[in-house]
Every structure is written in structure tokens, then in C-alpha cells.
Design a protein. Structure first.
Length: 255
């Protein structure tokens, strides 16, 4: 049966990519047909038919079915939900999806990959070294922060937003894609770099920000910026992989 073959392919991808939490093949109506996911103890699980869900109202479904062949949808980073509830413990994810068309060009299904942003961002967040690092999205929502109340605050009912908390630095981000500037009052360097993670939409980005104590400036700036560049390249690689793999005819099965 084609679902079994596709589950085997998905299982191999999840097993070989530590950032992959889940891969799904979803009907254009939103019904999950195949779901493979990474669970506790790094085990790979293939969902049974009874465990499959309907995701017809999810934005990544409604937006992806509108895309032409070869295009990829990128979600905002948010907390994963199962059966309408935030998953515990919190699991931040980036969803990347692409449509699957039949020979007539009609969207019959879509493939969705859930990436763990905890893993994706890990190289930009080494062990505590005196540098405050965080990531916000284009709306100012913290999607990575050591303060658990700030990370995904909106989804948890809190009111923490970069543009309201760090108003002076926020002004600098509006017209600059990258900046390193001395904050003489705090004897630190504030720096940021924008990562445009959605290739087709330059209004969407992640802002990787750092507050570096003066004493660590010389030793840390170079390595921190290298980590940011690595993350940018990694996102590009994921996009290319998804396009090249799923646009091929290997998984165009009748529904």
C-alpha cells in the first residue's frame, strides 16, 4: 500500500535529520493521510489511522494549497499544538510545506515538515557565557529567550514584545538588516542580524539579537556572527531540499 511505502520514506528522513520532529502527507481537504514523528527517547513513530487528525483550519494547510508547483510555505515559529491544545512540554516548531499537484496541475495534497527550532537555533545559543541572546520575529514576538515568560508570551497570555520593551533598539531594526552599536550607558555592544527565512516574502524575518558585555566584545563578535550566517544557510538548505525532493514525481499517489 502506498501509505506504507511513504511512511517508510518519511521515517528515514526523520531518523536522519535531528531537526525534523514530524513529516506529514495531508489531503487537500486537511485530513492527515500519513504522519511520522519523533517522540520521547528519540524514537520514530508512525501514526495509526485512528491517530490521524484533520488540520483543515490550520493556516499552513489553507495557505499551502494555494501555491504553485515548486513553491514552499513557511509558517511563523510557534508552539506545537495537538488536538487544538499546546503540546506539553512546550515544543517550538517551524512548519515548512509544499503542495503536491496531479498531472492536471490540481493540488491533491501537501507535505508538511515540522522542524524543531530548539535544535535549529542551538548553534546560535551556546552555554551561558555572559552574552544575552534572543530571537524575535518580525512582529516583535520572542521565539527564543532564556526568560521562559518572554518566549512565546502571546500564546501563553503574557504581554512581552520586543518593540515595547526595547523601544530604542527596536527603532534601529526598522531600517537596518544588521547592526553592531555601542551602548555607552550599559557598557555593552548591542547587535542584531535579520534572517529572512521565507525566500518569497522579505517582510518576514527573525531578528537574532545580542547584548554583549564590553569585556567580551573582541572575542565574541566574530563567532556570534558566524553562528548567525550558519543559521541563514541552514534555512536555505532546508528550503532547497524540500523543493527538490517533493516536486519530483516519486510521491504522487492517487488519493
Amino acid at each position: 500500500m502506498w501509505q506504507h511505502r511513504l511512511s517508510t520514506i518519511f521515517s528515514a528522513f526523520v531518523s536522519n535529520h535531528s531537526q525534523y520532529l514530524q513529516i506529514r502527507y495531508i489531503k487537500n481537504s486537511g485530513e492527515e493521510l500519513v504522519r511520522v514523528e519523533r517522540i520521547r527517547d528519540n524514537q520514530i513513530k508512525i501514526a495509526t489511522r485512528a491517530e490521524l487528525q484533520n488540520k483543515s483550519t490550520a493556516k499552513y494547510v489553507t495557505e499551502t494549497v494555494k501555491l504553485p508547483t515548486g513553491k514552499v510555505y513557511f509558517s511563523n515559529v510557534n508552539l506545537n499544538k495537538e488536538h487544538g491544545k499546546i503540546q506539553q512540554p512546550h515544543t517550538p516548531v517551524l512548519r515548512i510545506a509544499t503542495p503536491v499537484h496531479n498531472a492536471s496541475g490540481v493540488v491533491k495534497a501537501l507535505v508538511v515538515i515540522n522542524l524543531s527550532t530548539n535544535n535549529l537555533f542551538s548553534d546560535a545559543f551556546p552555554t551561558d557565557d555572559g552574552i544575552l541572546r534572543y530571537i524575535v520575529d518580525q512582529a516583535g514576538n520572542y521565539i527564543k529567550h532564556k526568560d521562559i515568560n518572554k518566549a512565546f508570551a502571546l500564546e501563553q497570555g503574557h504581554d512581552y514584545n520586543f518593540y515595547n520593551i526595547e523601544t530604542e533598539w527596536a527603532k534601529q531594526t526598522r531600517n537596518n538588516n544588521q547592526l553592531m552599536q555601542l551602548n555607552q550607558q550599559e557598557t555593552e555592544i548591542f547587535g542584531f542580524n535579520k534572517i529572512f527565512f521565507a525566500p518569497y516574502d522579505q517582510s518576514r524575518y527573525w531578528l537574532l539579537a545580542m547584548h554583549i558585555p564590553e569585556a567580551k566584545v573582541l572575542s565574541e563578535i566574530k563567532s556570534s556572527l558566524n553562528d548567525m550566517i550558519y543559521l541563514d544557510l541552514l534555512i536555505g538548505a532546508f528550503s532547497l531540499l524540500l523543493i527538490l525532493w517533493f516536486v519530483s514525481k516519486r510521491i504522487l499517489y492517487p488519493i
